[in-house]
Design a protein around this ligand. Structure first.
Ligand SMILES: [Zn+2]
Length: 122
């Protein structure tokens, strides 16, 4: 039975990898949706000047545009992660469309919608 071990291990690790990738995407999705909620909260309409004072209102406006950019980025990522999650069961998922090599997990998490590896994307 030891004879078949290497082959079986290979199959098992491949299946485990996909499960791991899926879990990482789900984790990332959860973290990102918390971020989105936080930024949505931070980009609520700002109180009028007479309620919080002119200087703190200007601060709030500055922070708001920073947070709006962050919100936009987080929403984009959330969207991409959802797309990745919906495609994860595709046999082609995680493989470069050009060279057919595996795309590293780090890249998938960073750009879940990616369909090519770093080399081919250049
Ligand atoms: Zn490639």
């Amino acid at each position: 039975m030891l004879f078949y071990w290497p082959e079986r291990r290979e199959i098992n690790s491949e299946m485990k990898d996909k499960k791991q990738v899926k879990q990482r995407i789900i984790d990332e999705l959860e973290a990102t949706s918390i971020l989105v909620e936080k930024y949505r909260d931070l980009t609520k309409p700002i109180a009028p000047e007479n309620a919080i004072g002119r200087v703190s209102r200007m601060d709030a406006i500055n922070n708001k545009s920073v947070n709006e950019a962050a919100l936009h980025k987080a929403e984009n990522k959330l969207n991409n992660l959802q797309v990745a999650l919906s495609k994860i069961d595709d046999p082609d998922f995680g493989y470069c469309i050009s060279c057919k090599k595996e795309i590293p997990l780090g890249r998938i998490l960073l750009m879940p919608h990616t369909i090519s590896c770093v080399n081919c994307a250049r």
